[in-house]
Write a protein that binds this ligand. Structure first.
Ligand code: SF4
Length: 477
């Protein structure tokens, strides 16, 4: 299949991209915003819908949209009891609204928390227009495809309706796959031959050859937020992405394996994208939503140099890893370039646990970077994980000691979580090796159980109160 050159094929087939509840309402959904701008660059007509925000506005229980606690959208019983009654009246209305744009294809972004609502809406759309091609992509598709291939599903079961409801599932990056599907449709060719997709044929899940990753991320245009009501999101920062993947492979992380390899945009491209967003949306606050912004530390410095030279007046935040090269001069430069806060995954105060997590850092580096971040006037926000499978009482006490010792320099505890097992992480795929047993009330290892995690979390909370820190936290069994 030969893809068209950018800018060709004007007036192509229509695609609706839908983000269903529950998805967060702090910022517009960035993934479908990128897909829209990429596909429109090839002349396709694309309309995005953030139905999660729409439902949030009318829903009585706003707390369900806290993505630290997505269980009301995930767990069937809670979903049926607490979400469905208020959601139901909107499904037909949403389907009608989407079909008003006469799309030939509707694409859903599937995450664990958006699967149930996406399936219901997809069924409603099919009922209204049987010949509509309905596709889905996202992390839950990758999980569903893996489970279909190896049959192993340790945690939340895959909803089999995913395979029977969506015509095609896109595993991995959506840009080129969607473009190929739209072009095939236009030319009357077979859409089921596209690379990187899977689909149900009879009782069998067919997975086509995987699609190569986009090597040069500079080819991607800036996100297009024009279909979203930007003033209705809870945060002013506009999100954007400068890289995909991560240089690390922490054992608990499913994000890094999902993207396979680390790729990033050039400093010039990042800078031009920021300039575009400032000009186009009149915003000067941004959040770089990369898995890790400093996968290439030199690049961070070069981006900052460009911002400083241009005298662009912006503020931005990012998640970064605790790398040796994050020295004082670089942090000073980042501050000068408008960096207002950095989120660091410290995770534990125990060297033994950090090593087991494959964090690729050490506590001396962590301390130095956190203190320097504070010194230059950037907020240092820290993530910690409570109850990692091998975390003993002694290890946990070391985490509390680390927090206490460095509290003066930490602005906020950003997401202190009871260790959540991500199914596609190294931990999730190696339960036996870690002696992890899954039970109805959560997972158990020799050193970590739902009750130890709860007790440790309570102790963290007590300490955080004592330290008068803000914290955003969750405990998952
Ligand atoms: S540094 Fe962050 S994004 Fe990278 S592997 Fe570790 S947890 Fe995942």
């Amino acid at each position: 299949m030969i893809l068209p050159e950018n800018g060709k094929n004007k007036g192509g087939l229509g695609l609706a991209l839908v983000m269903c509840p529950g998805w967060g309402v702090i910022q517009p959904p960035v993934g479908i915003s990128y897909l829209k701008s990429y596909l429109e660059g090839y002349g396709k007509k694309v309309k995005c819908f953030d139905l999660s925000l729409e439902l949030y506005k009318v829903f009585p229980e706003k707390r369900y949209w806290d993505l630290n606690y997505p269980e009301h959208f995930i767990l069937p019983q809670l979903f049926q009891r607490d979400v469905l009654p208020s959601l139901k009246p909107y499904l037909a209305l949403w389907a009608e609204e989407i079909l008003r744009y006469n799309p030939k294809v509707v694409g859903f972004s599937l995450f664990m928390s958006s699967v149930n609502t996406s399936l219901l809406l997809a069924k409603e759309l099919k009922k209204a227009k049987a010949d509509l091609l309905i596709v889905a992509g996202g992390a839950e598709v990758t999980r569903a495809k893996r489970v279909a291939a190896d049959g192993i599903c340790g945690f939340t079961p895959i909803n089999d309706d995913i395979f029977t409801t969506f015509d095609l599932l896109i595993d991995g990056e959506g840009e080129e796959a969607l473009l190929e599907i739209l072009c095939s449709l236009e030319r009357g060719e077979d859409v089921y031959s596209a690379k990187g997709i899977c689909y149900l044929k009879g009782n069998k899940v067919i997975a086509n050859n995987t699609r190569a990753l986009i090597e040069d991320l500079d080819v991607l245009p800036p996100p297009d937020f024009s279909d979203f009501k930007l003033g209705e999101y809870t945060r002013a920062e506009l999100p954007f992405v400068t890289s995909r993947g991560c240089v690390n492979r922490c054992t608990f992380c499913a994000d890094s394996p999902l993207w396979k390899v680390y790729r990033h945009q050039s400093p010039r491209k990042v800078f031009e994208e920021i300039q575009f967003l400032v000009r186009h949306y009149g915003r000067n606050q941004f959040e770089i939503v990369d898995s890790t912004f400093n996968g290439n530390v030199r690049r961070v410095g070069e981006i900052c140099d460009l911002i400083i030279k241009s005298k662009l007046n912006i503020q931005w935040s990012a998640k970064v890893t605790l790398r040796e090269e994050m020295d004082l001069p670089l942090l000073e430069k980042m501050k000068k370039a408008g960096c207002s806060s950095l989120a660091y995954g410290v995770e534990s105060g125990s060297p033994r646990v950090l090593k087991n997590m494959r964090k690729n850092t050490n506590l001396d580096t962590a301390k130095r970077i956190i203190r320097h971040t504070h010194r230059v006037g950037i907020q240092a926000n820290c993530f910690f994980i409570i109850g990692y499978p091998t975390e003993t009482e002694e290890d946990f006490q070391m985490t509390l000691n680390f927090i206490e010792e460095n509290a003066r320099f930490i602005y906020r505890f950003d997401q202190v979580t009871g260790c959540h097992l991500e199914e596609d992480s190294y931990l999730g795929l190696n339960l036996e090796k870690y002696g992890i047993e899954l039970k109805d009330d959560g997972w158990y290892s020799k050193d970590s159980t739902p009750s130890t995690r709860k007790a440790r979390y309570d102790r963290f909370r007590k300490l955080a109160r004592k330290l008068h820190k803000h914290y955003e936290c969750e405990v998952q069994a």
